[in-house]
Design a protein around this ligand. Structure first.
Ligand code: PEP
Length: 269
């Protein structure tokens, strides 16, 4: 489907691998703290782990931040408002998320796009605000099922990338993690096949190379999200342009999240 040249040899992967858990609107403060403590304890002394990020609900950010402080687990907010402060009842700013202990923020998740009407233009403003606040965005893109069936995947993803990354200083591209999340695979149990995911990841990397240069594209972390489980993570991670995963449902139990995080040691088991 994608006829463009790939940007690099398929045998080499960027060194960074990132596994992020998006808890959505799940877990109380107490449950979040228990989860984070268990995760920290379970992963202590484990070698060769990917970078790990958890994204609890806003209410639990500060408490989870205290629990994971000094560990290699990083904290993400699931959303921010595009303004730094103001009369925006019910919203929180990037600066507030940063102060609560976040190093990352998920921007443009498909649930924000579809349920809360977030446009590419608004997502762009949120990305710029996040970067200015010192947060590293996990920038989500992905097509719906009708868009896939109409063969519009490249067109949709390119528009999301182009408009979402508008006005971005080239030097900050290295701070952005792109998450390819086909909307039809999120929370549905229908995961993209490794080959389907790889095709789109390859397109994203090629687009990034065209816009920001080959070196920047090679460094860009591109996560796959959509019904990732301990069973399918290894096959997905065997693809050359998949640098990690954004996990929803399977990130809610320590056991399944740890199995995903430790996919390397489970290979061939
Ligand atoms: C997500 O919410 O980003 C996600 C990928 O969810 P799930 O893993 O449940 O499909």
């Amino acid at each position: 489907m994608f006829s463009h040249e790939t940007t690099r040899g398929k045998e080499e992967k960027v060194a960074r691998i990132v596994i992020a858990g998006n808890w959505k609107m799940h877990k109380t403060i107490g449950e979040s703290v228990v989860f984070a403590s268990n995760l920290r304890e379970t992963l202590a002394d484990q070698a060769d782990l990917p970078e790990i990020i958890v994204a609890p609900p806003f209410t639990a950010l500060h408490a989870v931040s205290a629990v994971i402080s000094g560990s290699s687990i990083a904290l993400a907010a699931q959303n921010i408002h595009e303004a730094d402060r103001g009369a925006f009842t019910g919203e929180i700013s990037g600066l507030m998320a940063k102060e609560a202990g976040c190093s990352h923020v998920i921007i443009g998740h498909s649930e924000r796009r579809t349920l809360f009407g977030e446009t590419n233009e608004r997502i762009n403003r949120k990305l710029l605000t996040a970067l200015a606040a010192g947060l590293n965005p996990i920038f989500c893109v992905g097509e719906t099922l009708p868009e896939r069936e109409e063969n519009r995947i490249e067109e949709v993803i390119e528009k999301q990338l182009k408009e979402g990354l508008n006005n971005l200083d080239d030097s900050v591209i290295s701070r952005i993690l792109v998450a390819y999340e086909p909307v039809w695979a999120i929370g549905t149990g229908k995961t993209a096949s490794p080959a389907q995911a790889q095709e789109v990841h390859d397109f994203i990397r090629s687009w990034t190379a065209g816009k920001y240069g080959k070196d920047a594209a090679e460094e860009t972390v591109i996560l796959y999200g959509g019904s990732v489980t301990p069973q399918n993570i290894s096959a997905l991670m065997s693809q050359p342009d998949i640098n990690g995963a954004l996990v929803g449902g399977a990130s809610l139990q320590v056991e399944s999240f740890v199995e995903i995080v430790k996919y390397k040691s489970n290979q061939g088991v």
